[in-house]
Design a protein around this ligand. Structure first.
Ligand code: DX5
Ligand code: ZN
Length: 214
């Protein structure tokens, strides 16, 4: 499966997101990843659907919302309306993951589930028929700039073994080196936050990540 880059806006200046989003789009990234934190499922609060709606007119690169929230379905319609093509939620936050994936599909949104480092990968096995993508968190959710938890890659390997055609996304601590490790484990979609924010330029950072995909 062709590797895809899905940079997160989390590590950029929230007072000036238009510029980095335009640069990401110009650099040809595959997705833009919105980290939505509600102060409940994870301690920090980031932003809601209005952020995606305001950035949506900047270009055609698809948006995905990563909902680190309790009661995730409460937010589905707003993020769909804001132009997110894909919505990922955490099965740890709801007893109704299967139904919520089906309801995203019925709304015309690609459904995805994201699992924390402490959640067994088997949690998503019953959902494989109703999701387009599984996100294996490679850090504990809530903050950018953490180091990758290497044991999460074992879950990627297990998932790839049972789901050869599934999009498997990794999120947390991704730079060119760890991207390569995750790619070797079977991941094909890479969320990148702080690495790009600290690169000399977004274009240079994206080029280094693309090179690591080769
Ligand atoms: C963490 C978020 C990640 C985060 C990744 O809770 O889900 O998307 O932005 O940032 P880095 O790449 O800095 O680990
Ligand atoms: Zn994320």
């Amino acid at each position: 499966m062709a590797p895809q880059l899905a940079p997160s806006i989390l590590s950029f200046d929230f007072g000036d997101l238009r510029n980095p989003v335009c640069e990401l789009m110009a650099a040809g990234v595959d997705w833009i990843h919105f980290d939505v934190m509600d102060g409940q499922f994870v301690p920090p609060i980031t932003f809601g659907a209005q952020m995606a709606a305001n950035l949506r007119p900047l270009g055609a690169t698809p948006f995905e919302a990563h909902l680190m929230t309790e009661t995730p379905d409460r937010h589905f319609e707003a993020f769909r309306e804001a132009g997110c093509r894909r919505i990922l939620f955490h099965p740890e936050a709801t007893p109704h993951s299967h139904r919520l994936c089906e309801s995203l599909r019925a709304m015309g949104v690609e459904p995805g589930v994201a699992i924390n480092p402490g959640t067994p990968v088997e949690t998503v096995f019953p959902l494989l028929g109703v999701v387009d993508i599984v996100l294996v968190m490679t850090v504990n959710p809530g903050w950018g700039g953490q180091e990758m938890i290497a044991s999460a890659l074992e879950k990627v390997r297990m998932l790839r073994a049972v789901a050869p055609h599934l999009h498997i996304e990794v999120d947390g601590g991704i730079d060119p080196l760890t991207l390569h490790l995750a790619l070797s484990a079977g991941a094909n979609v890479f969320v990148v936050g702080s690495y790009l924010a600290r690169s000399p330029s977004i274009a240079a950072g994206v080029a280094a990540l693309r090179a690591a995909c080769a």
